[in-house]
Write a protein of this length. Structure first.
Length: 137
């Protein structure tokens, strides 16, 4: 396992497609890049960065994300997301997130990921699937 480097960065870039629009994903009615898709792009960059610091039997899962979607982006425009590692404490990784298009910053945020063993985490999900439905408390 590599020692986490505070300040390390990773990016992901996409070109906005019709499937990523607010009108298509159900997060709005306008044909612009959807907030959940912006969040997913930034989270993906954080996932890529965290994976540099864990062994193959582990993965990281998102445990918290806070996103401010600041500007609209039209279909066909390229968006780049960047995650910067701001803290690493045991199994926990914290990130500063930024996304931008050709005109500038479109979203910012923070994100926390936790390392888990792939096999046991998947098993836990399957065990929960078998449980009877519960009401929210």
């Amino acid at each position: 396992m590599n020692h986490p480097e505070i300040g390390a960065k990773a990016t992901r870039t996409i070109t906005v497609t019709a499937e990523q629009l607010a009108s298509a994903v159900g997060s709005g009615t306008v044909d612009v890049f959807a907030t959940p898709m912006a969040a997913a792009l930034m989270e993906g960059a954080a996932c890529d960065l965290a994976s540099r610091y864990i062994e193959d039997i582990y993965t990281t899962v998102g445990s918290e994300i806070c996103v401010q979607h600041l500007c609209p982006t039209a279909p066909g425009v390229t968006v780049t997301a960047e995650a910067e590692l701001t803290k690493a404490d045991g199994r926990f990784f914290e990130f500063r997130l930024t996304a931008w298009d050709n005109a500038g910053v479109i979203a910012t945020g923070t994100h926390t990921r936790v390392s888990v063993k792939k096999e046991s985490f998947a098993k836990k999900a399957q065990e929960r699937k078998a449980q009877p439905p519960q009401e929210a408390k």
